[in-house]
Write a protein that binds this ligand. Structure first.
Ligand SMILES: *Cc1c(COP(=O)(O)O)cnc(C)c1O
Length: 386
């Protein structure tokens, strides 16, 4: 289903509820956890994902990702776990991209054995490396592009073709791109997942998730979701709808800032390397261009050897050292000290994560102010070195 309305229009209006009682401009909020059961078409209950606000926001999500239907969850991980387990049963196998969000990796390595589900991580991101891991009992291929923290790119067309050829369900975590920059369903991917905590929420104050797909797949996921009980409270659903109204303009501003900052950092003498799919120096720049409309607000860079990453973070005044990402405010973290601290040195090295690597979530501030902040922090750590 292709949408005719532009992204900002869909962000602002898709799915909205009409206030027929008072004719207010925005969707009314229905907080009821108890609805009539007689003489009604739908028996409504929040855990059945079918309250008025949940249904309205799901319509917006589907419109944003060019899908037929969607479900809203209480977190990104509730969306990831419910979507995967809806298609994976005891005795099944799943092929996973080797570079996945840490929480998703934990779900797989800590939980899947208990359910009798086996898995293989690919050796790298080449399409043939996905195909090489497919077994007789494989049911799902799961990818994430751009990935965290090195912004690697996976070929959406190639993966969806492989999935179709082998009769598998293809799933993507589209969080880093957001629907503003990338719509995987247009490339034949079956199921799109977001941590709505990130660009959809956009203000670092909402925890939520969503899954978008065909009516048929969403029904399969719903059958498990209602039993797992991971729905989102209607108040937060309503807040999330409000946040998404500005997602298009926020993310486009973040795309622009990130590209400028990536170019600035790439030229800086204290920076060894910049990872950003929008740079010509990115090994998959052409592939990114073929499947993304914008390159996103996330980038990573390596400080030159000898520059202390932890000290550099402390010297920043505007850019906040912070675990999460995708808010309107710029945040930064050292994967070695935080998100990837539990991996061994060898595991980090094998994923290409060096100690001087900084993951940078670029916000909507003026780019001149962000550059000035990076400049003064780099100067300050250099002075301390001598
Ligand atoms: C944050 C994140 C998740 C998990 O989402 P929560 O809302 O924290 O549960 C999954 N995938 C990616 C890429 C993320 O950044």
């Amino acid at each position: 289903m292709k949408n005719k309305l532009g992204i900002n229009t869909r962000c602002a209006h898709a799915g909205e509820l009409k206030d027929t009682q008072f004719k207010g401009a925005i969707s009314p909020l229905y907080m009821s956890t108890s609805y009539a059961f007689e003489d009604v078409e739908v028996k409504r209950y929040p855990r059945y994902f079918n309250t008025p606000n949940q249904v309205a926001l799901a319509k917006k999500m589907a419109a944003l990702e060019n899908g037929e239907a969607a479900l809203i969850f209480g977190s990104g991980m509730a969306a990831v776990s419910t979507a995967m387990l809806a298609f994976l049963h005891s005795g099944d196998h799943v092929v996973l991209q080797n570079t996945l969000y840490g929480g998703t990796r934990n779900l797989i390595v800590e939980e899947f054995k208990k359910y009798g589900i086996s898995y293989s991580f690919t050796k790298d991101l080449k399409p043939e490396s996905f195909e090489a891991e497919i077994k007789e009992n494989t049911k799902v291929i799961y990818i994430e592009t751009p990935s965290n923290p090195l912004l690697t790119i996976t070929d959406l067309n190639a993966v969806s073709k492989i999935a179709k050829k082998h009769g598998l369900v293809s799933m993507i975590d589209n969080t880093f791109a957001s629907p503003v920059n990338q719509n995987p369903i247009d490339f034949g991917i079956d199921v799109v997942i977001h941590s709505a905590t990130k660009y959809m929420g956009g203000h670092s104050d909402i925890l939520a998730g969503t899954v978008i797909s065909s009516e048929e797949h969403i029904d399969t996921i719903f059958q498990l979701a209602k039993n797992f009980g991971g729905s989102l409270s209607d108040y937060t659903v309503w807040l999330l709808e409000r946040s998404i109204k500005t997602m298009g303009i926020r993310v486009k501003a973040q795309n622009k800032n990130a590209k400028k900052l990536a170019k600035y950092l790439e030229k800086h003498e204290d920076v060894e390397r910049v990872y950003y799919p929008g740079l010509k120096s990115h090994p998959d720049h052409e592939l990114a261009k073929s499947q993304m409309r914008g390159f996103g607000g996330m980038l990573s860079f390596e400080l030159k050897e000898g520059i202390n990453a932890s000290l550099f973070q402390k010297k920043l005044k505007l850019i906040k050292p912070s675990m999460s990402l995708a808010g309107v405010e710029s945040t930064i973290l050292s994967p070695t000290l935080t998100s990837h601290a539990l991996l061994s040195d060898e595991e980090r090295a094998s994923q290409g994560i060096k100690d001087g690597l900084m993951r940078f979530s670029v916000g909507i501030e003026e780019k001149e102010d962000l550059i000035a902040d990076l400049e003064q922090a780099l100067e300050a750590v250099k002075e301390l070195k001598v």
